[in-house]
Write a protein that binds this ligand. Structure first.
Ligand SMILES: Nc1ncnc2c1ncn2[C@@H]1O[C@H](COP(=O)(O)OP(=O)(O)OP(=O)(O)O)[C@@H](O)[C@H]1O
Ligand SMILES: O=C(O)C1=C[C@@H](O)[C@@H](O)[C@H](O)C1
Ligand SMILES: [Mg+2]
Length: 174
């Protein structure tokens, strides 16, 4: 697999967690656009948003997407990467896009256990459970549009990696 693999989905669906394990299974590099921004700007998502607003953060994450795209790389994207049509098109054209899909209730329970507020500042100002329901309703169609494959992300990370590998293998064989 030389094409980049992009993992998309809502906060808490496991893009970072699954991405690390998937890259290991494939013998690929792993990068995470949120982490890339953290190390290149020395600012958390919350810092960037405080200084530049969400528009500034979105501009930076689109730049990060292009910077990290390389052959033989698993790329965990930020939860809002699909908002820009240009990002969805870029990912579909440059690699294989996997949507890690999970319902709001599961996402909320994962995020409540590990909120990481610096990297996940509020998007709506509403409580986490309400926010996730609202954000998923607004973005579900965009995750689906971006994706070549949709994978059930409610299982263990190991099972999700196996499902992604099966999807990649099936697509490659056909
Ligand atoms: N399949 C899973 N089963 C149980 N817990 C999980 C699973 N995947 C991830 N988690 C846990 O959920 C939390 C969020 O996971 P992770 O950071 O990988 O999500 P993400 O999709 O990268 O989120 P973000 O969009 O905010 O970067 C972490 O605490 C992680 O340990
Ligand atoms: O869902 C979102 O809009 C976000 C998800 C995170 O990965 C970060 O990219 C940031 O907190 C925004
Ligand atoms: Mg992540």
């Amino acid at each position: 697999m030389t094409q980049p693999i992009y993992l998309v989905g809502a906060r808490g669906c496991g893009k970072t967690t699954v991405g690390v394990a998937l890259a290991q299974a494939l013998g690929c590099n792993f990068v995470d656009t949120d982490h890339y921004l953290l190390t290149t700007t020395k600012m958390s998502v919350a810092d960037i948003v405080a200084q530049e607003g969400w528009d500034g953060f979105r501009r930076r994450e689109s730049g990060a997407l292009q910077s990290v795209t390389a052959p033989g790389t698993v790329i965990a994207t930020g939860g809002g990467m699909v908002l820009a049509e240009s990002n969805r098109q870029f990912m579909r054209e440059h690699g294989v896009v996997i949507y890690l899909r999970a319902p709001a209730q599961i996402l909320a329970s994962r995020l409540e256990a590990f909120p990481e507020e610096g990297q996940r500042p509020t998007l709506t100002g509403r409580p986490i459970t309400d926010e996730i329901v609202e954000v998923l309703a607004a973005r579900e169609a965009l995750y689906n549009q971006a994706a070549h494959h949709v994978v059930d992300a409610t299982r263990s990370p190991e099972e999700i990696v196996a499902a992604v590998l099966a999807a990649l293998h099936t697509a490659h064989a056909s």
